[in-house]
Ligand binder design. Structure first.
Ligand SMILES: O=C(O)CCC(=O)C(=O)O
Ligand SMILES: [Fe+2]
Length: 127
């Protein structure tokens, strides 16, 4: 689906949000150049695939305020985005949050895709 390898990436994470459940505004990348990461964990989440497993009656949208985009959960839908630019620097336009569930329950599955395993298949370009 993404043409990226999942080797070295964490397992998918399943999240359930009940009434009022939300995810505060955040980036999925760590910005490894800035953060003092241990030498054996210098990798970053270059991409995210977010699968919606359920529809939510009201609320629960994933919002990207800097891009002015919102996605309302639909069962079977996925949103895929790149957290890093082609040169590996973080793309701060990817700031996002999950709005509170107002009615119903929300199930999602997140796959974060690591950058380093793409080394031999994905060229590193200048921005
Ligand atoms: O549940 C959502 O809509 C967003 C989840 C998310 O941002 C994440 O898992 O990193
Ligand atoms: Fe996220």
């Amino acid at each position: 689906m993404t043409d990226l390898t999942l080797s070295g990436s964490q397992q998918m994470q399943v999240l359930n949000y009940g009434l009022g459940g939300h995810y505060n505004i955040h980036y999925d990348y760590f910005d490894v150049a800035k953060e003092n990461m241990p030498i054996n964990h210098q990798d970053d989440r270059m991409a995210t695939v977010l699968f919606y497993l359920t529809e939510v009656e009201q609320g629960g949208a994933t919002v990207f305020p800097k891009l002015q985009q919102a996605f309302s959960p639909q069962a079977g839908m996925a949103v895929y985005w790149l957290n890093l630019h082609d040169d590996g620097t973080p793309n701060n336009q990817t700031l996002h949050a999950a709005c509170p569930v107002l009615v119903g329950s929300k199930w999602v599955m997140t796959q974060w895709i690591e950058e380093r395993p793409q080394l031999h298949t994905r060229p590193c370009r200048k921005r």
